[in-house]
Design a protein around this ligand. Structure first.
Ligand SMILES: *[C@@H]1O[C@H](CO)[C@@H](O)[C@H](O)[C@H]1NC(C)=O
Ligand SMILES: *[C@@H]1O[C@H](CO)[C@@H](O)[C@H](O)[C@H]1NC(C)=O
Ligand SMILES: *[C@@H]1O[C@H](CO)[C@@H](O)[C@H](O)[C@H]1NC(C)=O
Ligand SMILES: *[C@@H]1O[C@H](CO)[C@@H](O)[C@H](O)[C@H]1NC(C)=O
Ligand SMILES: *[C@@H]1O[C@H](CO)[C@@H](O)[C@H](O)[C@H]1NC(C)=O
Ligand SMILES: *[C@@H]1O[C@H](CO)[C@@H](O)[C@H](O)[C@H]1NC(C)=O
Length: 934
């Protein structure tokens, strides 16, 4: 605990040459590959934090812990190891499976992608992406989607759904996987990830919140993948961030996820301050398991584990898919974990804690009463196929083709409707259906010529875009395209002629069609996805914010001859609209995001006025050069060849950056129009007498152990004759009674004190941290300190939804305004409703790096309105939490201050790893006893 008393400064940094562990073998090896290079900044440093906190059953986890402890107490060492270690890539039917415990009839646990449905399965739904849930600003829809997705996972026999996502948060607008999560605002994301998790887990399926943490871009997330693209990178990118930014931005939604009871959290590929996501004792032990008091288990992203014992001590609880790299037949855990306990390097309590955490999550969601055997296969759609796909052995019944979809299409359509954002409307919408001549123009309106699932993991951009690409996908059961839905609507409910041209490059035909059209609906898009697939030169992340398939020119060709052009955008995030958004011939603009299988139906509901749009942008649309952040695409070479990405913008991402820099966005965060209008009045901000905030104090019990470890090495030999050994499969067993020979770890026997930080195996009672105390953090952070009330009136002629938004100015060193409340209200024409929101202590606090705690801001200004820039009412919250008197003073007017691989789960192209895996480097870096940075 070298740095236990150290005040965390911005960018903890150390000169790596000061390390006492420089001589450790693994490090020396890495240094000869790529010594220090041209990165000139001070290397960010992640302080060691040990020991790994043992779960204690806090919050509402105590019943689950009682059951888990009782279960784990019965287990042998090898059985415990089986719970923690995957059987290897393609070893069983799911993208990840743990070992089983046949003696107790306990099955292998099945981990399956994705955050928007069941990946690699038939008869499942393709739900709207997370970014569309964000655009609904509707907690109820987030919950309903969670329930529906998890019901499908449960029906197919999945134990852990690998989702939802709040990392990436969305730092860079081009970030390839931003759409899998919600929004680049921690509050909005946190408010929607909580209900998503509660929905998932209400069905008895464990949620796995990912990717923890700072996994903000695809470029350089894994060295082998980057090398496959020709980059000279030998280690994953390091996201370098300061403590305040980490707490106020990136950790925030994970706190909400933990508070909502997420059973699992997936650690990420990237490094954080030069320590790997799954080896990082600071982010795992200190932040997640101590400060956030996380009671579930940490699972590695696929191949994100880089060492054995040291990752266990840094807080990793389960390794996926189990092999070191896909199909090596070797594991950092499995046999090695059994040996590490037998040779005394890993204390029994840590292994027991892993097993208890896994089983606690299992009981917490009630999996013991919801179990369904896996009845689908990720690797084949055939009914009969090899059970162990990795080695094509043992043909068996793998696909029972069970239809899991129920009535989920209606939830999908409802989210599609509610997430549609109307950005511009000069009276062109809604359409009547009786337009004389409707033109549908653009490839994005139609079908993929290869079929909706024609490109594996959606790794192409053909036809209408309804989800991004990568492991965060599912196969479509069908995909209703805009072209189909619009034409059907006009034929069934309207009159007039309707024509579609889906080839963006059929320029003369498009001009001819648009010239005669009463209305031209132009469809454009922009796609992105996971880094293992490169689509048209976009290596996961987008190359830029430009519309794909020459979208700007397509729009221009239409607007040059048609004065009623309506643009519909399907995109993974912000796109550059600057060339055409204010063209008078563009009479309406709609952002429809990634709506899933009911895409066309949901859009038609809005276009023809069955539904009044109420979605709001979950990101800022500005000019491309106006964003404060972007993806790093040219690697610099920092420590051991790891590109260094310094998050120098701190808190100022997305709208916070535009606000702070006084830059006018085109369409701001939170913006969205309706077919009606709303007015705001009577803001009242009332302080509430909350109990004083008390820093959490005290200490844990000593580390418990469950059952005793049989130390007779012979008892761990492979049970030849009892089970048949499957090649490449990862087992907990030994091949011989010689531990070193069984391990075949090249660094075997290195004394622990040469690579493990001191205190890492300490089992004595440990101090709690002031901001901790319950899952999600100190319970006092959720005390209500103020209520915000206002009257919202529908001043138009039709019923509509308004998303009322509350922003807070937290003062110096903070963005001008941050979102801290919202509610989506349905209001009848002419009617007024009272909006009410509660502000928690955390909502009006900032992170104090010195005290390592949240500190309430005095007299913050509270704004209310319809977007981050349209905030007609404001008031000061005065008196703090003890005043109890109403003192709101309203003021008018807002101030603006300011190589496709088809079956890789969370994976990547596997280039030959040129850097040898380092088995025993704690925190992935030299450990220094003192910080020389500031
Ligand atoms: C690092 O500093 C050296 C000397 O000042 C300079 O020549 C080099 O270009 C710098 N490298 C980078 C990546 O900035
Ligand atoms: C570990 O899991 C494997 C695969 O399910 C199984 O064959 C083996 O029997 C298990 N070992 C123990 C000790 O339960
Ligand atoms: C990779 O970078 C290192 C240091 O920057 C350099 O020594 C090495 O030659 C580079 N390798 C290639 C293949 O460019
Ligand atoms: C044990 O881990 C090392 C890497 O630390 C690896 O080289 C070795 O193959 C592993 N042993 C087994 C049996 O998987
Ligand atoms: C389908 O997508 C691929 C990959 O983006 C592209 O090369 C191809 O031209 C597209 N084909 C059609 C017919 O759209
Ligand atoms: C103990 O076993 C682990 C796992 O095989 C190995 O990494 C480590 O070097 C061993 N340590 C000793 C002291 O034998």
């Amino acid at each position: 605990m070298w740095l236990a008393n150290l005040v965390a400064p911005a960018f903890l940094a150390v000169l790596a040459s000061a390390s006492p562990f420089e001589k450790s073998e693994g490090l020396a090896k890495r240094q000869t590959i790529l010594p220090y290079t041209s990165y000139n900044g001070t290397l960010a440093y992640s302080p060691p934090k040990y020991p790994s906190p043992w779960g204690r059953g806090s919050g509402n986890w105590s019943a689950a812990y009682d059951k888990a402890r009782a279960f784990v107490s019965q287990l042998t060492l090898a059985e415990k190891v089986n719970l923690t270690t995957g059987v290897g890539w393609e070893g069983e039917q799911c993208v990840g499976n743990t070992g089983s415990i046949p003696r107790l009839g306990f099955p292998s646990l099945c981990m399956q992608d994705s955050p928007l449905g069941v990946r690699f399965a038939d008869y499942v739904s393709a739900f709207p992406a997370g970014i569309n849930v964000a655009a609904t600003w509707d907690r109820g829809l987030a919950y309903a989607r969670g329930v529906a997705m998890a019901e499908e996972h449960r029906t197919k026999g999945v134990d852990v759904q690998l989702g939802p996502v709040c990392g990436p948060l969305g730092r860079a607008p081009e970030g390839g996987r931003n759409w899998e999560g919600f929004a680049p605002d921690p509050y909005l994301t946190g408010q929607l990830i909580g209900p998503t998790i509660e929905g998932i887990q209400s069905t008895g399926v464990i949620a796995c919140t990912k990717h923890y943490i700072l996994n903000e871009q695809e470029h350089f997330r894994q060295a082998p993948e980057a090398q496959g693209y020709g980059y000279n990178v030998t280690e994953s990118v390091s996201s370098n961030v300061d403590d305040k930014t980490l707490h106020e931005l990136y950790l925030w939604p994970f706190a909400d996820a933990v508070r909502a009871g997420t059973g699992s959290i997936m650690c990420s590929y990237n490094q954080v301050n030069n320590s790997y996501g799954c080896s990082n004792s600071y982010t795992l032990n200190y932040l997640l398991k101590n400060e956030l008091d996380f009671q579930g288990f940490v699972m590695s992203d696929w191949q994100a584990q880089h060492s054995g014992v040291s990752d266990a001590l840094a807080g990793l609880d389960m390794t996926m898919p189990g092999d070191t790299l896909f199909l090596t037949g070797q594991s950092y855990w499995g046999t090695n974990l059994t040996i590490a306990v037998l040779n005394g390097t890993l204390p029994q309590y840590r292994l027991d804690d892993m097993a208890v955490r896994i089983m606690a999550a299992y009981y917490y969601v009630g999996r013991d009463t919801h179990y369904v055997p896996t009845n689908f296969d990720s690797w084949s759609r055939d009914t009969y196929a090899p059970i162990h796909a990795a080695v094509e052995s043992q043909i068996g019944l793998v696909n029972q083709h069970i239809d899991a979809r129920a009535n989920h299409a209606s939830i999908i359509r409802a989210i599609g409707q509610a997430s549609t954002v109307l950005l511009k409307n000069n009276g062109a919408l809604p359409l009547s259906g009786n337009e004389k001549w409707t033109a549908i123009i653009g490839e994005d309106a139609g079908s993929n010529p290869y079929g909706a699932n024609g490109c594996s993991d959606r790794g192409c951009n053909n036809g209408t875009l309804a989800m991004g690409w990568g492991s965060g996908t599912s196969d479509f059961p069908y995909l209703v395209t805009p072209e189909q839905a619009i034409q059907n609507y006009i034929l069934n409910s309207g009159k007039g002629e309707v024509f579609a041209i889906l080839d963006n490059y059929a320029q003369s035909q498009i001009v001819t069609l648009a010239k005669q059209a009463s209305v031209s609906l132009v469809f454009v898009n922009a796609d992105s996805g996971e880094g293992y697939i490169n689509v048209d030169g976009n290596e996961g992340d987008r190359k830029n914010l430009t519309l794909w398939l020459d979208g700007d020119r397509l729009i221009h060709n239409v607007t040059s001859v048609c004065n009623n052009t309506i643009v519909v955008i399907h995109s993974v995030g912000p796109v550059d609209v600057s060339a055409w958004y204010n063209n008078d011939n563009v009479t309406a603009v709609i952002w429809a995001g990634l709506p899933g299988q009911e895409s066309g139906n949901a859009l038609v509901d809005v276009l023809y006025g069955k539904i009044n749009p109420g979605g709001k942008l979950p990101f800022t649309i500005g000019r491309p050069t106006d964003y404060t952040t972007s993806v790093m695409t040219t690697p610099n070479n920092g420590q051991f060849g790891a590109p260094q990405q310094d998050f120098t913008e701190g808190l100022l991402i997305d709208y916070r950056g535009f606000d702070a820099n006084g830059i006018e966005p085109i369409y701001e965060f939170g913006f969205g129009l309706s077919y009606t209008t709303f007015s705001y009045s009577n803001l009242v901000v009332t302080p509430v007498n909350a109990a004083p905030y008390t820093p959490f104090t005290g200490q844990t019990s000593a580390a418990p152990t469950y059952g005793t470890v049989d130390t007779n090495v012979a008892d761990y030999l492979f049970p030849n004759g009892t089970i048949e050994r499957v090649p490449l499969y990862i087992y907990p067993y030994l091949n011989s009674t010689n531990l070193q020979a069984s391990s075949s770890d090249p660094d075997y026997g290195l004394p622990a004190n040469q690579y493990l930080p001191s205190g890492s195996s300490d089992s004595s009672p440990q101090p709690f941290v002031p901001a901790g105390g319950a899952p999600g953090g100190n319970p006092g952070l959720w005390a209500t300190v103020a209520t915000v009330q206002a009257t919202i009136t529908n001043t138009g002629k039709v019923a509509g939804d308004e998303v009322v938004q509350v922003y807070v100015s937290l003062g110096d060193g903070e963005p001008p305004r941050v979102l801290r409340g919202f509610e989506r209200l349905t209001i009848a024409p002419g009617a007024s409703v009272t909006f009410q929101a509660e502000l928690t202590r955390k909502d009006v606090s900032t992170w104090d790096v010195a005290s390592q705690n949240w500190v309430q801001v005095s007299n913050p200004t509270i704004y209310i309105g319809s977007s981050s820039r349209k905030l007609p009412l404001s008031a000061k919250l005065s008196g703090g939490s003890s005043s109890g008197s109403s003192s709101a003073a309203s003021s008018g007017g807002s101030k603006s201050t300011g190589v496709p691989v088809s079956q890789i789960s969370d994976g990547q192209i596997q280039a030959t790893r040129t850097a040898p895996p380092v088995s025993q480097i704690s925190d992935g870096q030299p450990q220094s006893p003192k910080s020389t940075g500031s």
